[in-house]
Design a protein around this ligand. Structure first.
Ligand code: ADP
Ligand code: 5GP
Length: 215
């Protein structure tokens, strides 16, 4: 009997990117409901919490000074200014989860995704695309979390994010939510079944064959 086949030997790092309002949080939330072993990396940010957002759950909400102190300490795996605020991924939480065999999801922008690639840390980079720009803008408005100026500012950055599409390993179009969710989940599961992160299973198969076991 093969042991521990459900989880990889080392965690897989997933980088999820896409324009604001495309549905990254929605897809990540749904994926985590079905794959409870996946860890979500809670980023630090200098932006203010939206209604309902909780410190330490959605983000660590920091002052600009506290954020800069962490930059100086080298605490971030990557960090970037996105739509006028600073955002960063805390290195230690990501690396300790991966070491413990837990896969981790980062919801970060294109600049951050490039920094992760440059860091040499193996990661699966997934871009979420909107079906079209009008739909994207409508979702951003209907989310109701941002005022008109913020919506415009976010829409002005869409092209920069989308132009980077060729840098990604996987692209998922979030048109119909349940179809997009199935594609997204398929990518996550496939990456966690790659032989490169399953060496203990490979070893078990060899050991059992060498021992002549039939079960
Ligand atoms: P992001 O995290 O990329 O900024 P959200 O996950 O907050 O985006 O989604 C933006 C808005 O669009 C939310 O109100 C969400 O409920 C809605 N939404 C997400 N995916 C879909 C979809 N496939 N169809 C319709 N609405 C969606
Ligand atoms: P929001 O303010 O809507 O939560 O996030 C705005 C943008 O910042 C999103 O595109 C999100 O992916 C990005 N973002 C969130 N956390 C991080 C982070 O830690 N690093 C980087 N580079 N981008 C982030």
């Amino acid at each position: 009997m093969l042991q521990g086949w459900r989880s990889p030997d080392r965690g897989v790092l997933f980088v999820i990117t896409g324009p604001s309002g495309v549905g990254k949080s929605t897809l990540v939330h749904k994926a985590r409901e079905q794959l409870p072993d996946l860890r979500f990396s809670v980023s630090a940010t200098t932006r203010s919490p939206r209604p309902g957002e909780r410190d330490g759950v959605d983000y660590y909400f920091l002052s600009a000074e506290a954020f800069e102190t962490k930059v100086g300490q080298g605490a971030f795996l990557e960090h970037a200014k996105v739509y006028d605020h600073a955002y960063g991924t805390l290195r230690e939480t990501v690396e300790s989860s991966l070491r413990a065999g837990q896969s981790v999801l980062l919801d970060i922008d294109v600049v951050g995704s490039r920094q992760v690639r440059a860091s040499g840390l193996p990661a699966v980079h997934i871009m979420i695309l909107p079906p079209d720009l009008d739909t994207l803008e409508r979702r951003l408005r209907e989310r109701g979390t941002d005022d008109e100026q913020v919506v415009r500012r976010r829409m002005s950055q869409v092209e920069t994010q989308l132009r980077a599409v060729g840098e990604f390993d996987y692209v998922v179009v979030n048109d119909n939510l349940s179809t997009a969710h199935r594609c997204f989940q398929a990518v996550l599961l496939a990456a966690m079944c790659r032989r490169e992160v399953r060496s203990s299973l490979v070893n078990q198969v060899h050991t059992q064959l060498d021992a002549g076991q039939r079960h």
